[in-house]
Write a protein that binds this ligand. Sequence first.
Ligand SMILES: C[S@@+](CC[C@H](N)C(=O)[O-])C[C@H]1O[C@@H](n2cnc3c(N)ncnc32)[C@H](O)[C@@H]1O
Length: 357
Amino acid sequence: MPIDLDRYYTPEDVAVSALERGVFPFVPKVCADSTCGSGRLLDAANTVFGSVESIGIDRDVEAISQLRLRRPDWHLSVGDLLHPSTSGTLHRRQSVDLLVLNPPFSHGHKKFVEIQFAGKEMRGSIAMAHLLRSFDLFQPSLGAIVIAPESLLYSETDQDARQALAEDYQLTKLADLQRCTFRGARVQASVVQILPGGHQQSHQEIRHYDGVIQARLVRGSLPVHLNVSDPSGVPFVHSTDLKNIVAAGKIEGLSKTGNVAKGRTKGWVILVPRVGLPDCQAVKAIKLEQTVQLSDCVIALEFSTKAAATKAEKRIHSRWLEFKGLYRGTGARYITMARLSLWLPVIAVSPNHLLNS
Ligand SMILES: C[S@@+](CC[C@H](N)C(=O)[O-])C[C@H]1O[C@@H](n2cnc3c(N)ncnc32)[C@H](O)[C@@H]1O
C-alpha cells in the first residue's frame, strides 16, 4: 500500500475492542471520524453503540467514494483536516457526542508541525495536530477514543499540546496494541480515551445515569450598570438575586428592565452564577412563570419538563465539589459556557451548544 496515502486502516476486531473499552456516562448517538479512511472506526461505533449518526471526513477521494457506496446514509466529505483551504472549508454540522480517531502517525522528514489550539500556538506531532484540530472542529461532548502512537502520551514533542488538552480533558490509556496491528507498518500504538474534565477534576469517576437529559444553555448578557429600570419591563435577574428567587420559588420583588438583550429565559430552569462561587442551596430547579432577562453574571440551564430539571438538580448536587471546581480564576472565580458544556455530559446532561448565545 502506498505509504503517502496513510491507508493503515484499523482492523475490525481492534476497532471494536477499542471502543468497547471506553467508559461513558451515556451512550453516544452521534460519532465523527475526521480521518475516516475506509470507515472501520465508524463501523465499530455502529456495532458497539447501536446505530449511530456517522460523520466522516478524509482527504483520500477514493476512500470517501467507496465509503459513500457502502454507507450511503453517512455524512461523508472529502477534506484535508490540516489544510482546509485546499479542499474547501470543513464545517461542523451539528453537535457530536464522540470522536473516534486513528489519525496519521507519520511525519515524513518533519519532526513536528505547528498547531493552534485553544488560542495558543504550539508544536506537536502530526497525530497530535490531527487530534487537536478535530477537537476544535467537533467539540465532542463525550471526548474521543483515539488510536494513537504511544509517544502522544509521553513524548517531549507533544508535551505542550498535552498540557493544553489537560486544561479541559483527561487522557487515559486504555490498552496497548501489538506492534503488528497495522499491515505494513510497525508502530507502538495505544488506545486512549479523552474525556471532558481537566486536571482539576481528575478524581472524577464515571457513573451511569438513567437517561440523558437535554438542556439548553442560556448566558445572560446585560451588564448591571447598563440596565435601564422600567416598571413595565421584564424582571431582571442578577446573581445576587438567585438565593431569594429559589427561597421564594418565584420571581417577586425583582427590578424590571427596559433593555432588550440576549439571555432571556422562561419555564423550568436551573440558574447558576457565572461569576462568584455558587451556593448549593441556590442551585435548584425552579419554574419561571414569565420571561426574565438574565444579567451577564447569570447562566440558565433550561429544561423542557419539571422532571428533567429536578433530575438534573439532583445530579449536580451529587457531584457538587466537581461542579464547584468548574469555577476557576485567580481573582474572582468564574465559570465559562465552554467549561460547563464540557462537564455536563459527565452527569449525562446533554447541552445544546449555544456557546455564543
Ligand atoms: C491511519 S488511517 C486511519 C483510517 C481510519 N480512521 C481507520 O481507523 O481505519 C489515516 C487516515 O487519515 C487520512 N488522512 C491523512 N492525512 C489527512 C488529512 N490531512 N486530512 C484528512 N484525512 C487525512 C488518510 O487518508 C487515512 O485514511
